[in-house]
Write a protein that binds this ligand. Structure first.
Ligand code: NAD
Length: 354
């Protein structure tokens, strides 16, 4: 029986993950779920942000469904004592190197975007970001030399790290519109020249996928100029951090966007992964019952697709969410003046479509 670790976390995390679990239970009653504390919820119990028992639960599960972590009261705490430390601990414990962020604008939600509706109508792309290498993990130092403060960060990539994330991108493109945009800065950086060489070499293995290489500055421009031209975008950690937020905000609604972080090992469709909304704990609306559960529900769909090899139910859930939006139902964050539903009522509408 497949098993899922459910880590709601803080703020609206538990409120929206609860809704995702309701949807998951409807389409896959055979899936076992077990909850565990993480982030502020763990700190409040005198435990570390990622308690050992929670880590062990994740290790024996097929996948992790994660809400969000972070509470204002811990903002001044040292990093290891902040709820957010749990995220880095989970990513590194399970070597979750591939971060997938599907960006989709549901019909009817075009006016939530800061771009003109015709630019985002039907938008459906995925950013694949390398998550465990590069600048954020290279050697770093801050020192004083001759009275001058100097800070150094190192961008480092090993060829196998580049190859495996590019493979994730190519394989994903194969299941979609077969267009891959590989983003680098090969006119300046050595890591990018290595990236480009490997991407060009691998393209020969995927003759059915059309490949475009873009410099990161150009990619940032094209994302707001013609977002619809992209299918799968694959890039290294820092570029991906920035581009995936840019791509996300093009939709205008953070509450609708899910993400997957996939680990090493497994085969396509049966990889261990962590699935979470891209938004945070939203302290401003916590406890009001108005958070948008879409990102959490769509994260459950990604979990089915990538960890339980269940494309059928993943597509069913995505279709049900699209149908609810098409019928004009909204939560407050995307209501734009029209009547809005509370969190649970929106999920009821999704369940009614299933
Ligand atoms: P946030 O994403 O929590 O909130 C930004 C805005 O988006 C707020 O107005 C919020 O109400 C709204 N929002 C977010 N999700 C929503 C949803 N599902 N429905 C409706 N509205 C939604 O970002 P922030 O305010 O910068 O951060 C708050 C806390 O969350 C911080 O402690 C931060 O560290 C943490 N955080 C955690 C994660 C994570 O766990 N992956 C990610 C981002 C931020």
């Amino acid at each position: 029986m497949p098993s899922i670790a459910v880590l709601g976390g803080d703020g609206i995390g538990p409120e929206i993950i609860r809704e995702a679990v309701r949807v998951l239970a409807r389409v896959r009653p055979d899936v076992e779920t077990a909850e565990a504390p993480v982030g502020g919820a763990a700190l409040e119990r005198g435990l570390p942000p990622l308690p050992d028992e929670t880590r062990r639960l994740c290790a024996r599960s097929d996948a992790v469904l994660f809400g969000a972590v972070g509470l204002p009261k811990y903002d001044a705490a040292p990093m290891t004592q902040r709820p957010e430390a749990a995220l880095f601990a989970l990513r590194s414990s399970f070597e979750l190197y591939a971060n997938l962020r599907p960006v989709r604008v549901f019909p009817g939600l075009e006016d939530a975007s800061s771009l003109r509706p015709e630019l985002v109508r039907g938008l459906d792309l995925v950013v694949v970001r390398e998550l465990t290498g590069g600048l954020y993990f290279g050697a770093r130092e801050t020192r004083v030399e001759d009275g001058v403060e100097i800070a150094v960060d190192t961008m480092i990539y090993r060829a196998p790290e580049i190859e495996r994330i590019l493979r994730t991108g190519f394989e994903l493109a194969r299941t979609r519109r077969k267009h891959l945009t590989s983003v680098d800065k090969e006119n300046v950086l050595d890591t990018s020249r290595l990236w480009r060489r490997i991407a060009v070499r691998m393209a020969a293995e995927y003759p059915d996928v059309s490949v475009q290489h873009l410099l990161v500055d150009n990619a940032a421009m094209q994302l707001v100029r013609r977002p619809g031209a992209f299918d799968v975008i694959v890039t290294e950690n820092t570029f991906g951090d920035i581009l995936s937020d840019e791509a996300a905000i093009v939709t205008g609604s953070i509450g609708t966007l899910p993400s997957a972080s996939l680990g090493a090992g497994g085969v396509p469709g049966k990889q261990f992964g962590m699935y979470e909304p891209i938004g945070g704990t939203a302290p401003d609306i916590t406890g009001k019952g108005i958070a948008n559960p879409t990102a959490a529900i769509l994260s459950a769909a990604l979990l089915l697709r990538h960890s339980l090899d269940d494309e059928t139910n993943a597509t069913r859930i995505e279709g049900a969410v699209a149908a609810v939006y098409a019928s004009g139902k909204r939560t407050a964050d995307v209501a734009a003046g029209s009547v809005s539903l509370p969190t649970a009522a929106f999920t009821d509408a999704v369940l009614a479509e299933l």
